[in-house]
Structure formats: C-alpha cells, structure tokens
Design a protein around this ligand. Structure first.
Ligand code: MG
Length: 421
C-alpha cells in the first residue's frame, strides 16, 4: 500500500431527537457498551487502521468520554454531511492518505469488510460495502400501523356520535397502502458504511459539493466529483440500528447464548412388607413398600441427584444425611424442591426431566400420568417436559426378584448469564 496513514472517522454527532431517547442513540448502551464504543473498538483494533477520530455534536465531549474514555474527537455540524466535512477538514494537512467514514449507528464492524475495503483502494478512489437486495421492491405508501387504543377508547370510537369516528374510518379505508409498480431489484444494492476513500479525493469532493444540498452518504459525493467507487461485499452485521426493535435485537445478540447442562441420578431402595409405597411423589397401593430413612421415594431421589449434578453440588445424602433424625419418614418432595432451589440460585432453570423406574412390580403405567403431574408441580414444569419410563429386568437381579426398586433420572437445566465460564 502507498505511503501515508489510514484514519477511521466515526460520525457520531446525532442529537437523538428522532429516537425519542434522552441520550443520543450513539451513546446508548448495547450489551453494557456505548454504541459508538463498539465500532471505535473494532476499527482501532484493525491492523490496517492507524488512527480513529470521532465526530461528535457540540457539547457531547462528556458523553464521549463516558462512552469510550479519552479518544481523539472533533466537533461536527448540524447535518451528517457537515459533520463529515468538518472531520475531513480537521484531518487535512497531515499525512492522511486514506479515510474510512463510518456511521456510529452501525456498531458491529467486521474486520473482514474493512480489509476488503482497504484492498479495493488500489483500484479506485473509493469503495463501499454493499449487500444485494433480496426482497421484492415496489412503489407505494405503507398504511401506518393502527395506533394502540385501549378497549375504553375503542368503545367510544365505535359510537356513531363519536368525534373520533372519522379518523378511524380514514385509518381503516384510506387511499394509502395500495401496492404500486414493482421495481426490478436486478443489480440493486443496499449501501452500508464504513466507506473508504483516498483522502484527497473525498476531501476535494466534499469541498466541491454544494453547501445547500444534502447527501445520505459519502459515496455519492465522491461520484459527483467523477470518482469511481467500488462495491465490495458488505455484511449483515453492519446493519444500521434505527428503531427500538433494532436495539432489542442487538442487545439479544450481545447476550451470551444460554448454557445447557445435563446430569444423571440413580437410586435404589429395598422393598419391604409393612411399608407404604411412594413413587414419583405418588402413593401407590401395593403389598410392599420401599424402606429407607425418608419415605424412600426412589424416583424423586434419582431426580434430586440429577438436579444436584447439574450444579456439581454432591448428592442427596450430603444435603439430607440419613443420620439426621429430622428426615425420618420425610416427604421426598422437599428434597426435590430443595435441589431445584439450589439450581435456581445458580441461575439455572430445569427444562426437562427423564426418569426410568426399574422394577418387576407394581406396574408403573397406570400411575405414570399422576407421577408426571406431581413432578411437574414440584419443579414448576409442564407435564410435557416430564418423561417417565418403566422397565423390568426380565426377573434378573434384585429388581427381578422383587427385592427392591431402582430409578435413574436425567435432568436438563438451562443456565443463562453464567459469567464464571
Ligand atoms: Mg434414596
């Protein structure tokens, strides 16, 4: 590449009147970082860029400092074009050879696009990122969305004497909203920023541009002075954030993806005469029951251990020692709920439980739905997210001989906003 430095000029001089926010949108935070700071960071980190200058509105120095810290800035003008012109004038007279002009409203700048733009300057005075238009294009005026009206207002609107009725009719059946001519989208592109130019070319083009005329970007100013501008592949990441929903989407993009953890639990209890049989939180009439320190609900114990496993919190015996008389005959529902509360305290939410009960008798099928409902209640989980299966062991082993019942469970837990990983 030729001599001279490459400067990124971030246009962040908006006053924020349109967005209705107290703070101009370039200083609003996305993922905890001011919008302008996102692109500043990306451009400053790019190996092809030597220097980053931010064009701010008058009196926005403190906002900028709070957003990024002490960075180089220059005061812009009333319009975007004026702001760019002032930024270029500020850079004039130094050794700047190339300038990338970028709108702060596009916070996410892929380095690959910057690389493509700079490479294109070998062939032309300017280059811009562009994306082909994929939607059908048509002329017409879109009917404005019906404003929200409360049911009380709606009633008044429907009354024949209502003074609002005319506006309602206009809204519903006005002449706007008719689809007009479809425009061919062949070779049509959406133009993004950053736009890169040979510095002298864009400086002179701005000087030659009529002061009373506006421009939505710098490429058209360069073209008006006879310069070729190359289209390079843009990126969806570069989309401009304009509407509140754009901010919400960007915020969601910055939020780390949830982490899912799966853990298993296994338990066995002995079947004995003279005991009640509790399985999956449900009392089941049977000639034998499970014996243990608590109510010996082997199914709930297995799920409890699975839940504890998702937070590596040991096993049920650690939390409810059989040696503690407090748990004699205890309802195992409280063990399960305690494990669920520990999971929640770690930011987890149980999303699915799969349980297998292993026994020769009783038959589980007739009680399956009652168990699912009970476990769903205890874990505040829809029944569709509680799976219960049963199997015998073909009369083999202790379960086959009817000496005990075994249960195994697998729990899936979603953790969001886990920062320690
Ligand atoms: Mg147990």
């Amino acid at each position: 590449m030729e001599q001279g430095t490459t400067v990124a000029l971030i246009v962040a001089a908006g006053r924020g009147e349109r967005s209705g926010q107290a703070l101009p949108k370039q200083f609003a935070r996305i993922g905890g970082t001011a919008m302008v700071a996102h692109s500043h960071r990306a451009l400053a980190a790019h190996p092809g860029i030597d220097r980053v200058v931010v064009v701010i509105g008058s009196g926005q120095q403190d906002l900028l400092r709070a957003a990024i810290g002490d960075v180089e800035w220059v005061e812009g003008g009333v319009t975007r074009r004026e702001s760019v012109a002032r930024g270029l004038a500020y850079l004039g007279g130094s050794d700047v050879a190339r300038v990338l002009i970028h709108d702060a409203a596009r916070p996410f700048v892929p380095g690959t696009v910057v690389g493509r733009l700079l490479a294109a300057l070998d062939k032309a005075a300017g280059a811009v990122p562009a994306l082909p238009v994929s939607d059908t294009l048509a002329r017409g005026t879109v009917t404005p969305p019906t404003p929200f009206v409360s049911s009380e207002v709606e009633k008044r609107l429907q009354a024949p004497s209502s003074r609002f009725s005319t506006s309602l009719e206009t809204n519903g059946s006005g002449s706007s909203g008719i689809l007009g001519e479809v425009v061919s989208r062949d070779n049509l592109h959406r133009i993004q920023t950053p736009q890169v130019f040979r510095f002298d070319a864009i400086l002179n083009a701005h000087r030659a541009w009529p002061a009373d005329s506006e421009a939505t970007d710098d490429a058209q100013i360069a073209r008006a002075s006879g310069h070729d501008v190359i289209l390079v592949q843009g990126d969806n990441m570069l989309e401009k954030l304009t509407y509140p929903s754009d901010f919400a989407e960007a915020e969601a993009r910055m939020t780390p993806a949830p982490e899912y953890r799966t853990a298993s639990g296994y338990d066995v209890h002995r079947l004995a005469a003279g005991e009640e049989l509790w399985l999956g939180g449900v009392h089941i009439p049977h000639d034998k029951g499970l014996s243990g320190h608590s109510d010996a609900d082997v199914a709930l114990h297995a799920i409890t251990d699975a839940l504890l496993g998702t937070i590596a919190a040991g096993d049920i015996g650690l939390h409810f020692p059989p040696s503690d008389p407090k748990w004699k005959g205890a309802d195992s529902a409280q063990f399960l709920q305690h494990a669920a509360s520990l999971v929640e305290a770690e930011g987890g939410r149980v999303t699915f439980v799969d349980l297998t009960i292993i026994c020769e008798a009783p038959k589980i099928g007739p009680h399956r739905d009652a168990m699912r409902a009970r476990i769903g209640d205890l874990l505040r989980l829809p029944v569709a997210r509680v799976s219960i299966k049963a199997t015998t062991t073909e009369r083999l082993g202790f379960t086959g001989r009817g000496e005990g019942i075994a249960a195994q469970a697998v729990a899936t837990v979603r953790f969001s906003g886990v920062s320690s990983i």
